[in-house]
Design a protein around this ligand. Structure first.
Ligand SMILES: [Zn+2]
Length: 454
């Protein structure tokens, strides 16, 4: 069975002119389900040929336009023709357009509104950047080539080269945008802001890791959530990014800002510079993580004799009590628990107890150094407020770890990592669209969807 695909141009003067695009032959026999419909290869061919036929018509019409001379205003004549190869989502197309000269003053003019150095369409650039944000360049190039008839620009080297350029555009727009348009319908009464840092492997000489700062801002009334991130000292101004994120959420002078961060004073300074006036609270997540570790170590203690059994039970209960106290804003009493714990330790010997001591010292040090930032987490929780956010950790995971983390074995340059991060943030925020950096209302679940996909 064969079918001819024909494109027929519509429009008053050209109606009825048809172009044969492709003949498709497929078996009639459907006993083999594989015969049903088009194959991927045919679909790719079809897309490529439709694209070529389509572009041919567009180019024909565009070439008929005659620009006016920018010097004297006369109508220009064709000087010569120039051919360009442009990579599109559906294959590389040849675009042959005239260049012009003014018959009056001899000035040369390019075509009508045709970009001078265009090698690819924005749609292809965007999809490449989008995929590169989610997976390794090599994998992204493979996915594109498998699904689409993209001939040129599918090598991972191309993606590696192009994606940072888009990150550069995003970075520029993100930090320089003068008057961001609030995406929120109404300005929120409160915004919760989190800032965290994580590390990726560095490719720079004499430097093992790069510090990456990531965070998110969200409205408690269940509205938008925006993420942001920047590699430290890579040229992206994180303070400007945060301000811009708050503006995007519609922050006004009346919006109450609550910030969470971990123990690092650098991050606190960033928040202060971004206009968070109240002191940030210590994120419960960071505390809970350390306490959880201590609990696990306690639970792994040996219980070989009744003495140990009893001491172990007391230690486990004490660690749990410590967690309860911290949660309830009674961290001062935590010192009491820690002292009591130390008296129980001599019941054990060797490695397990050394491990527990280490875990307890870590909790102790952390509580002491963070005492100024501890709050009554239970109270906030009961009031339906955030106690910090495992979300930030989730943000870090999505933005950095899944694509860029240590396990990926990739070593990153400061600039390369920062620019890729800008693309990843834009993907998450739903801001990677036509006219890069322009902020779009993110699709309701787009962030989560991509988070899973990554
Ligand atoms: Zn002229």
């Amino acid at each position: 069975m064969g079918l001819m695909l024909q494109l027929v141009e519509t429009g008053a003067d050209t109606r009825g002119r048809g172009t044969d695009v492709m003949e498709i032959s497929r078996p009639r026999d459907l006993r083999d389900i594989a015969n049903l419909g088009l194959t991927l290869l045919e679909a790719k061919q079809l897309l490529a040929r439709v694209q070529q036929a389509f572009v041919a018509v567009q180019v024909r019409d565009h070439a008929a336009l005659r620009p006016e001379c920018s010097g004297c205003g006369a109508s220009c004549h064709v000087k010569d023709w120039q051919s360009r190869q442009v990579a599109t989502l559906f294959g590389t197309v040849a675009v042959r357009l005239p260049r012009f000269r003014c018959p009056g003053c001899g000035r040369s003019e390019a075509g009508v509104s045709w970009p001078a150095h265009c090698r690819s369409t924005p749609a292809l650039d965007q999809l490449q950047a989008h995929l590169s944000a989610l997976m390794a360049y090599r994998v992204a190039a493979g996915v594109l080539a498998r699904l689409l008839p993209v001939a040129a620009g599918t090598s991972h080297e191309t993606l590696r080269g192009r994606t940072p350029k888009i990150g550069e555009q995003l970075r520029h727009v993100a930090t320089a945008m003068p008057e961001p348009t609030p995406t929120a319908a109404a300005s929120p009464s409160a915004i919760t802001l989190s800032l965290d840092s994580t590390f990726i492997r560095s490719c720079h000489e004499g430097e093992r890791h790069l510090e990456v700062r990531v965070g998110n801002a969200e409205m408690p009334e269940g509205g938008s959530r925006q993420v942001f991130g920047a590699v430290a000292n890579a040229g992206t101004d994180i303070v400007a990014l945060i301000r811009r994120t708050l503006d995007a959420l519609g922050r006004t002078g009346d919006t109450a800002l609550t910030a969470f961060t971990d123990g690092c004073s650098g991050l606190r300074a960033i928040l202060a510079a971004a206009g968070v006036t109240g002191p940030p609270s210590l994120d419960w997540f960071h505390l809970a993580m350390r306490l959880q570790h201590a609990k696990q170590v306690a639970e792994a203690l040996p219980a070989d004799d009744p003495n140990q059994q009893q001491a172990k039970a007391e230690i486990v209960a004490d660690v749990e009590r410590l967690r309860w106290r911290t949660w309830n804003g009674k961290a001062k009493d935590a010192q009491v628990t820690l002292k009591r714990l130390r008296t129980l330790l001599p019941t054990f010997k060797g490695k397990p107890i050394r491990k527990l001591k280490r875990a307890m010292r870590a909790v102790d040090r952390y509580l002491r150094s963070q005492s100024a930032w501890l709050i009554n987490y239970a109270e906030r929780w009961r009031a339906g407020l955030r106690v910090g956010t495992s979300l930030t950790e989730g943000t870090a995971n999505f933005l950095v770890n899944k694509r860029m983390a240590k396990s990926q074995q990739t070593r990153w340059s400061r600039r390369g990592a920062d620019l890729l991060l800008q693309v990843r943030c834009a993907v998450y925020n739903g801001a990677l669209g036509s006219g890069f950096g322009q902020l779009f209302e993110p699709a309701p679940s787009s962030g989560l969807h991509w988070a899973e996909a990554a």
